[in-house]
Design a protein around this ligand. Structure first.
Ligand code: M8P
Length: 845
């Protein structure tokens, strides 16, 4: 499969190697494929030059010596360069020559745009040239861009990778999301504790967005419903006395990789409507009216952290409905503009992919729009809705399963609640038909969870209305079918399918690791960027001494770069000669950062006891944010910082071990971390991590994985083979079998190493002046109800880490394994994942 199109494809094999230079700096220039056809008729370099000059000199107040000003001048220049192709893409897609896909997501974790846009448009060299007349260099300007952190972690970043692949595969896909004023909070450390600070990512404006005020949509809230019967005897419903909010689209470009397509990420901003305030203005209640205006605009103010303690918050439901309603109205308007109100072709020409249940209120909203606004009857509306909605599940964790109080829906979205009840009543007839007389089944499968406070089960609503329900890795899908959604699987086995996640090789290899990208391109040509399976050709070079040396040099230089970031952010000196052992991801008990920290303590004890035989010098890095209300996750961060302090301040220890916690881990940090990592920690309790995607980024960049049989690790292991992967621990079946009679003491007795670690923790060695602060962590490890089974896996983890050290000691062998990991990573390109969505779910093209 390749995504190189048209003229570019004709030229694919004529790489002008002369233009590919070896660059010492981390510069995207190194990977620019100079064989690609430029997309402009005039000399692109001159056009870019001239626009850039106008942006620098022609915009009042821009200062040539201010990095931020130069960044926004450059970003505006590149945006202007892509406007024409962007418009052409939109005009073409408005004709519905191919099926239109809407990817609905509350989160898009885009990170920075500039570097990726330059790579996709093949403008890196021209930009370097245009910058020559100025004092700024491209790298510095790229660093000035603030991350668009409109997501919590993997789920939001997956949406961003998918958009990149959709555009690069020439698919007509619009990402629909929310333009949060405040993205993911910024994490600071104070005394080793996480402190959250607001992320005002828009404070200096967003040069990439285009505000489309003329495409504004009105979204209703509150009010009540009434019904009437028309002359033909048909009952109609109206939702009246609503408080309306305007949804203003802010579009961001999503360029395909050198194929001329520019897709759109449409982010909605909430603004008060004029008539919202009118009555009160007239009554003279000015302050009340302004307060209400703020209420409307609150909807898109802040991204919700993925936090169990935030479950059921009213503002979050308002966000979900706001996104769903605005996006569906937009999709329907576009369709009606071409096909009128004949909806018979709607589901053939449109599909809506729900990124988890977060936008699943779109199901009843679609029914409402088709019936109440466009006059369809129930059966017609249901036939269309249920043929155009597909749902992706991303997690089995019970606390992440969304349920909304019926009471809240009744107040905020009365018409929507009526429709949910009707969907439920009709669907339960199917259930009753399938399991006659089984009332327990009806209660268990009902969309409404009865009880003291009845709730709407959003996952059930999504499953009932969707023609496709997919999990995000093989094991995860299997567990969905056999566990959480088993009843639904029995009822509709054909709905269920697996789509293993992937990550975009443009950002996660070409852009973030220019040294490796250049090495790959020299050996293989550059079409690996659009067909990552070509990397399997690397297996031919595992005995090539010169190649091995080059591979090692790349890793070494990347490590040197990372040491600078670590020194600056953590005040810890990492040595590039030592092994870089990394775990970066959200802090959660199931991800088991605690297991990693216990292992660090174990190494520390060995070094202090002078038991260093077979130890390989290591630098351990942990990074990630804890949900603000997740007390245990915050304690784990504090423990990491206290242990790091002890490790790094003992000169007898530091030759063997250094330990840092990186604050404010985000997309841009990962772009520096994954190219420099030797060992990737993917150590979740088996059965808990649906897929993982960081694991894939590390693998692509030649890191070895130490990991459990969980999520996509299983498929990574399948691709690379057991000899090139450090596997340990219980599998998912063993975890669930052990659960009822788990006895941590038994494991503690069987592992002297774990016993010593716990003794030291209990002695207060890491919290001498902070008595008792780690008691809850110690209790959790020793708790027979510890779901994460830290004690059960510790010994196997320790042994696997010994094996890691042994292998690392043989650098030649380690490098061969590293090459094999990159070579085997092709399956985890999101191009591959999206091709499967396209062929098996969307049937687009
Ligand atoms: C996110 C929320 C955000 C705000 C409020 C409530 C939320 C509830 C759940 C989630 C959520 O599921 N987040 C995930 S799922 N984050 C992830 O990284 C997950 O999706 C990834 C992409 O499929 C998977 O790779 C991860 O294994 C999975 O944990």
């Amino acid at each position: 499969m390749t995504v190189t199109k048209g003229k570019a494809r004709e030229k694919k094999n004529t790489v002008k190697t002369a233009k590919i230079k070896v660059s010492e700096k981390t510069s995207p220039k190194a990977v620019s494929a100079s064989d690609q056809v430029k997309q402009h008729d005039c000399d692109p370099c001159e056009a870019l030059d001239a626009t850039f000059k106008r942006q620098v000199q022609g915009v009042l107040g821009r200062d040539e010596n201010a990095t931020n000003d130069m960044y926004s001048a450059l970003a505006s220049t590149i945006k202007l360069q892509l406007l024409e192709q962007w418009r052409e893409t939109r005009l073409k897609d408005n004709q519905y020559q191919q099926k239109q896909v809407a990817y609905l997501s509350l989160e898009f974790l885009m990170g920075r745009t500039l570097g990726n846009a330059l790579l996709s448009l093949d403008l890196t060299d021209d930009t370097h040239a245009a910058l020559k007349q100025y004092s700024a260099d491209l790298e510095t300007l790229q660093e000035a861009e603030l991350d668009a952190g409109l997501g919590n972690g993997g789920l939001g970043r997956l949406a961003a990778c998918f958009l990149d692949s959709c555009a690069s595969l020439d698919l007509a896909v619009v990402g629909y999301g929310i333009r949060y004023e405040y993205g993911m909070f910024k994490q600071k450390l104070v005394d080793g504790y996480q402190v959250e600070q607001p992320d005002r990512w828009l404070r200096e404006g967003n040069p990439w967005e285009v505000r489309m005020a003329n495409h504004a949509i009105t979204v209703p809230f509150f009010g009540h419903t009434e019904s009437y019967v028309d002359l033909k005897g048909h009952r109609h419903y109206v939702w009246i006395d609503t408080q309306d909010v305007n949804a203003i689209p802010h579009d961001m470009p999503v360029p395909g990789f050198r194929n001329g397509r520019i897709n759109t990420l449409r982010l909605w901003k909430a603004e008060a409507t004029d008539d919202f305030d009118l009555a009160e203005f007239n009554d003279g209640d000015y302050t009340e009216a302004v307060a209400r205006k703020n209420l409307a605009e609150q909807i898109t103010m802040v991204l919700y952290p993925n936090d169990a303690s935030e479950n059921g918050k009213e503002l979050r439901l308002r966000q979900q409905y706001f996104l769903s309603s605005a996006s569906l109205q937009d999709i329907i308007q576009r369709y009606v503009a071409v096909h009128g109100t004949d909806f018979s072709r709607f589901s053939e020409l449109n599909v809506m992919q729900l990124n988890d249940t977060h936008p699943s209120i779109a199901v009843p909203e679609m029914m409402r729009l088709l019936m109440d606004s466009h006059g369809l009857n129930w059966d017609q509306a249901w036939a269309i809705t249920s043929k155009s909605v597909a749902y992706t599940n991303h997690t089995l964790l019970p606390e992440a399963l969304e349920r909304w109080p019926v009471r809240m829906l009744k107040h905020m979205l009365p018409r929507i609640l009526d429709i949910i009840y009707e969907i439920n009543a009709r669907y339960l007839e199917d259930v009753a038909h399938h399991w006659p007389g089984d009332n327990d089944k009806l209660a268990a499968m009902s969309i409404i969870e009865e009880g003291h406070e009845p709730h709407v089960r959003m996952a059930y609503l999504a499953i009932v209305a969707s023609f496709s329900v997919n999990g995000v890795a093989g094991l995860h899908t299997k567990l969905l079918k056999s566990g959480l959604f088993n009843d639904f699987y029995q009822l509709w086995p054909d709905k269920f399918n697996n789509k293993t996640n992937g990550v975009t090789p443009r950002r996660w290899l070409a852009h973030c690791n220019p040294r490796l990208a250049q090495l790959l391109t020299r050996r293989l040509g550059d079409s690996w960027m659009t067909d990552l399976t070509q990397l399997t050709a690397l297996n031919a070079f595992t005995d090539d001494k010169a190649f091995i040396k080059q591979w090692q040099a790349v890793k070494y230089d990347n490590k040197v770069d990372l040491t600078k970031l670590i020194a600056q952010e953590c005040e810890v000196v990492f040595e590039p000669e030592m092994m870089f052992d990394v775990q970066v991801k959200r802090i959660h008990e199931y991800k088991r950062q605690l297991l990693n920290i216990l292992h660090v303590i174990h190494l520390y004890q060995r070094i202090v006891a002078d038991d260093t035989e077979g130890l390989q010098p290591r630098c351990v890095l942990i990074g990630g944010k804890a949900a603000p209300g997740y007390a245990m996750a915050k304690q784990i961060i504090k423990l990491a910082n206290n242990v790091a302090h002890m490790v790094n301040s003992d000169p007898l220890v530091t030759p063997f071990l250094r330990f840092a916690f990186l604050p404010n881990y985000n997309v841009s940090a990962m772009e520096k971390i994954c190219p420099a990592t030797d060992l990737s920690e993917q150590i979740s309790t088996a059965g808990k991590e649906a897929s993982g995607t960081g694991n894939m980024k590390f693998m692509m960049n030649g890191a070895m994985t130490i990991g459990t049989l969980d999520g996509a690790n299983i498929e990574m292991l399948e691709e690379v083979g057991e000899d090139n992967f450090f596997l340990f621990g219980l599998n998912a079946d063993e975890v669930s079998q052990l659960k009822p009679h788990y006895n941590p003491q038994q494991y503690i007795q069987q592992s002297p190493a774990l016993g010593h670690v716990l003794e030291m923790l209990k002695s207060g060695h890491f919290n001498l002046v902070e008595p008792g602060i780690f008691d809850s962590i110690i209790a959790a490890i020793e708790d027979p109800y510890d779901q994460w089974m830290i004690a059960a896996d510790f010994e196997a983890y320790r042994v696997a880490q010994e094996k890691v050290s042994q292998v690392y000691a043989d650098q030649h062998h380690w490098t061969q394994m590293s090459i094999r990991n990159t070579a085997a990573s092709g399956r985890f390109s999101s191009d591959n994942t999206i091709s499967a969505y396209r062929d098996e779910i969307w049937h687009a093209k």
